[in-house]
Write a protein of this length. Structure first.
Length: 177
């Protein structure tokens, strides 16, 4: 009764998670898209924040593909490992004959069911890490470009001041004698 009792609780829970996942995705996208203009404004309109927002939207939209992969794995893995257990009655009826078969079938259900949570979570963590380090590198390159631009602008300003003082020193006649 152990595996059968657990599955009586687990199956409805996973059904609720599968049914609620697109709703959660939609609300998460709503929150990101709604709050992104404020985040960009508070970051002084930096391109780094635009990149972070774009990466966040891509990550959340990609969850639906990961859920499809999890559903595909769930459909195919059970049939591949136990082709004779095609019905729910066969899985639970096998518990009376062979308890090991029901345990393995239950574990497959648990593992494939948890992929609906684990795949998006792992993908989001990987992209968050990559985005954190990638946006840091982009910000460092931008800082380098900004520093070189400031140096060039300062040099141009100094040259203009020197030329102006030279012309004023000559009585305003310019550079021709």
């Amino acid at each position: 009764m152990g595996a059968t009792g657990f599955m009586a609780i687990f199956k409805p829970t996973m059904y609720a998670i599968r049914a609620g996942a697109p709703m959660f995705q939609a609300l998460t996208l709503l929150a990101i898209i709604t709050l992104l203009p404020f985040a960009i404004a508070f970051s002084n309109y930096s391109w780094t924040m635009v990149g972070v927002g774009t990466l966040a939207i891509f990550t959340v939209k990609f969850w639906s593909y990961l859920w499809f992969i999890a559903k595909w794995m769930e459909d195919r893995l059970g049939r591949a490992m136990y082709p004779d257990a095609t019905s729910l009655l066969a899985v639970y009826g096998a518990n009376l004959i062979d308890g090991d078969f029901a345990l393995k079938a239950t574990l497959i259900e648990i593992v494939t069911g948890m992929m609906f949570i684990a795949l998006p979570l792992a993908f989001s963590m990987i992209l968050a890490w990559a985005g954190f380090h990638g946006m840091g590198a982009v910000a460092a390159v931008g800082q380098s470009f900004r520093q070189k631009t400031e140096e060039g602008g300062g040099m141009g300003g100094r040259m203009a001041v020197q030329q102006g003082t030279m012309r004023l020193g000559r009585g305003g006649r310019g550079g021709r004698g």
